[in-house]
Design a binder for this molecule. Structure first.
Ligand SMILES: [Zn+2]
Length: 321
């Protein structure tokens, strides 16, 4: 057997290219340059879940991206995952739950406000055959813009006109408090203002829930504080199956699951976020529970295995239902 080296691979492909050039072209197909709208369906008990891909933000980072790790350490973690140093590809995947009688959306996407490679959820929903007006309930994990901006269009109208919006009570208490906004560091101010842009005129109709409550049939809110003061995960149970929607318990898993002690610049309370991350990941690893992570690579679900130094994600395998 001949061994495949880079050199003979290239030589082989050159010979192949020459052979191809000699044969007549069947058709000149245009280069597409983009993905099709991306959805992925799976089941938990009798519930049908649809992962809705909203895009990826290629976030340029500096050496302050992780508060308690150096830029070199973060770049090494990126390189270990075959990613480009200095750039964290942060993808966004919302989750639609069809209980059979209700359509529940967990988090609302970016509304394309993180650049042209984001804001694909509208197309994903259409590909899933779901009209925005058919959504009954929206559950919000926390108030960072990439999770709430999809609630409103650019003119300030509701994208999901018939949905009851439910948010974590401690999240509302923190972000909507004017005194907290005044006391917050200058850099955090745009996020407080964004929360007001989204919620001010729908405050009366926005329902606030505590943790540990059944917020929709089979869906329970789970306190996962730290990333933000009211950051909430959701446990979904149907029949004898269950899963955990982790929200931002870990951002990019090849960074923050492999290095669970790392405190991202986006965490309101980095130490608490790290503690919550370890507690939640320990639990889902021990229970061998399927998880969904908003910033995991699409379709953003898999299982968590505990390793000597952290956790590893075993992504679900794309498959027919
Ligand atoms: Zn997020």
């Amino acid at each position: 057997m001949t061994s495949l080296t880079r050199r003979n691979l290239l030589a082989g492909s050159a010979a192949g290219a020459a052979a191809l050039a000699a044969s007549p072209a069947l058709a000149a197909a245009p280069i597409a340059g983009k993905q099709a709208p991306s959805i992925y369906r799976y089941k938990i008990g009798s519930y049908e879940l649809t992962a809705l891909y909203d895009g990826t933000w290629f976030r340029k980072i500096d050496d302050k991206f992780v508060k308690n790790a150096s830029g070199a350490e973060v770049d090494k973690a990126l390189a270990d995952a075959f990613l480009t140093p200095g750039i964290v590809p942060t993808s966004f995947t919302a989750l639609l739950v069809n209980t059979g009688s209700k359509l529940i959306l967990i988090d609302a996407g970016t509304a394309g406000q993180l650049g042209p490679t984001t804001g694909m959820m509208t197309g994903a929903l259409a590909a899933a055959g779901v009209e925005p007006k058919a959504i009954d309930t929206i559950l919000i994990s926390h108030f960072h813009p990439d999770h709430i901006n999809g609630i409103k269009d650019k003119d300030g109208n509701k994208v999901f006109p018939n949905a009851e919006i439910q948010v974590p009570a401690p999240e509302w208490a923190y972000w909507m408090n004017d005194a907290t906004m005044s006391a917050a560091p200058e850099g955090a101010r745009p996020q407080f203002l964004n929360v007001r842009r989204i919620f001010r005129d729908i405050a009366g109709e926005t329902k606030r829930f505590e943790s540990g409550k059944e917020v929709a049939p089979g869906i329970t809110s789970v306190a996962a504080y730290g990333h933000t003061p009211g950051h909430t995960a959701f446990a979904i149970a149907s029949g004898n199956q269950s899963m955990m929607v982790l929200g931002d318990v870990t951002n990019h898993p090849w960074l923050f699951a492999r290095h669970p002690q790392w405190q991202g610049v986006f965490d309101t309370d980095g130490a608490m976020a790290a503690e919550t991350r370890k507690r939640m990941l320990d639990r889902v690893a021990a229970d061998k529970m399927l998880v969904q992570g908003y910033h995991f690579p699409f379709p953003a679900s898999g299982y968590i295995a505990k390793t000597a130094s952290g956790y590893e994600v075993a992504p679900v395998m794309w498959q027919p239902m």
